[in-house]
Design a protein around this ligand. Structure first.
Ligand code: HAM
Length: 419
């Protein structure tokens, strides 16, 4: 029986990879320009990092983690997100001793046992950026500016930045009580899970997709109306700095994000092109995460971009596939020897060159060059070789010229420059 990939786990094939590389290269360029450095963290961590970091009563921890016991009896989990791991690495390697401010980014796969559908997979990729050690709202606006700049640079349009403030440890409990009181009166409308959440973590009822729960919560009190003076001031500053950076946003008082670590600023960038799974990216401030996982008092803010969702929005007309610069068609034993030497030299110079290895006819080699969309074809024929020459064909305008073999490397290099 043929073995297939697991549901929700995708192959990214060569004809798609150009888009992925373009997005990753642009992220690196933009983020490094904003002073961020890359960090690579393990794919597997101790389960408690996520249960404590993200919160026990969240969909991710309750239902979506790939958790298993290893041969030594440790409970381990495939990372469902990167923030908790990056924070763990900052604590574990005492990055704060070098500089308390750390600006870090990470690109890689995450794993969540969700119901696979368009835009929602069990293995998906995130581009994640975090700033640790700054409470100043200036950095909230700065990281959002970086995100929007990146999204525009890869070609996304018609995006909407939504923001909210989720309050802090001081003011959240009062809001939680209000919400609980409000929903207790409507508890008959809540699904079984939300009946339980009502007592354990009522904010998570906002994440529930069940229609009656959505109805029950529609007129619920808004968290922004309950935040304390300090949080208010912080949020106003964030808005002011966003304005100064030339960014427009809308206030979404219903956005509470699905992870428990958030405090104060929360944001999402949505695209209405995407249908149901319309969040391309989400993030926010988390001033208590470090205490949960390592007993340190370090503020943090960050975001993660879903790469599959982002890639599905890239402009259709943009060409991402990297075609060969040159196809070498050799037509005799001697020509193959010449071709072999030449192709090796071109490869060593980074010129994408293809060769037919099978001694096929010129017609069939030209057909393959056409199919591969090679920009130029170099024809090494027996007659031409005797005269020390070869024919170079431009596949775009179909023009052909003869060039001395000794000049080939320079001529090709000149032609493919910037292609
Ligand atoms: P999140 O909202 O859970 O946040 O995920 C961020 C993005 O990952 C989403 O907006 C979406 O584009 C993508 N995503 C999430 N789940 C899936 C899935 N099953 N399939 C495809 N794409 C998905 C976080 O993960 C936080 N760690 C973000 C953050 C960083 N907050 C602060 N720093």
């Amino acid at each position: 029986m043929e073995i297939k990939a697991i549901r929700g786990f995708n192959d990214i094939l060569p004809d798609e990879i150009g888009k992925w590389q373009f997005v990753e290269d642009t992220a690196r360029e933009v983020f490094e320009g904003f002073g961020f450095s890359e960090i690579r963290i393990p794919i597997i961590e101790r389960t408690e990092l996520f249960s404590r970091g993200i919160g026990e009563v969240t969909d991710i921890v309750e239902k979506e983690m790939y958790t298993f016991t290893d041969k030594s009896g440790n409970s381990l989990t495939l990372r469902p997100e990167a923030t908790a791991s990056i924070a763990r690495a900052y604590i574990e390697h005492q990055l704060y001793t070098f500089d308390p401010v750390a600006k870090l980014y990470c690109i890689g796969p995450m794993f969540r046992y969700e119901k696979p559908q368009k835009g929602r997979y069990r293995q998906f990729y995130q581009i994640d950026a975090e700033v640790f050690g700054v409470e100043n709202p200036m950095v909230d606006a700065e990281i959002i500016l970086m995100l929007i700049h990146f999204l525009k640079k890869v070609g996304l349009e018609k995006l909407e930045l939504q923001i909210n403030s989720l309050g802090c440890r001081a003011c959240r409990p009062r809001y939680r009580e209000e919400l609980k009181n409000f929903l207790t009166k409507r508890s008959f409308q809540l699904c079984e899970d939300c009946q339980r959440r009502l007592h354990t973590n009522p904010l998570r009822i906002f994440d529930c997709k069940v229609e009656t729960c959505q109805e029950a919560i529609a007129d619920a009190p808004r968290v922004v109306d309950y935040i304390c003076d300090e949080c208010h001031k912080h949020f106003n500053k964030v808005k002011e700095y966003l304005g100064m950076a030339g960014l427009t946003f809308i206030l979404n008082p219903r956005m509470v994000r699905g992870l428990d670590y958030y405090t104060r600023t929360a944001f999402e960038v949505v695209s209405y092109q995407l249908g149901a799974q319309n969040a391309v990216t989400g993030g926010g401030r988390y001033d208590n995460l470090f205490q949960e996982i390592g007993g340190l008092d370090v503020p943090g803010i960050g975001f993660a971009i879903g790469m599959e969702r982002l890639i599905s929005l890239l402009p259709k007309e943009k060409e991402f596939f990297r075609y060969p610069h040159l196809f070498v068609a050799a037509l005799s034993e001697e020509a193959y020897r010449e071709a072999y030497q030449l192709v090796n030299q071109l490869h060593l110079q980074g010129i994408r060159t293809e060769l037919d290895y099978e001694g096929k006819s010129l017609k069939s080699q030209m057909r393959r060059a056409n199919k591969l969309k090679a920009r130029y074809v170099l024809i090494l024929g027996e007659e031409e070789l005797k005269r020390g020459r070869a024919a170079l064909r431009n596949m775009e305008d179909k023009s052909q010229e003869e060039i001395p073999i000794s000049d080939i490397l320079n001529v090709i290099k000149g032609k493919v420059k910037g292609v």
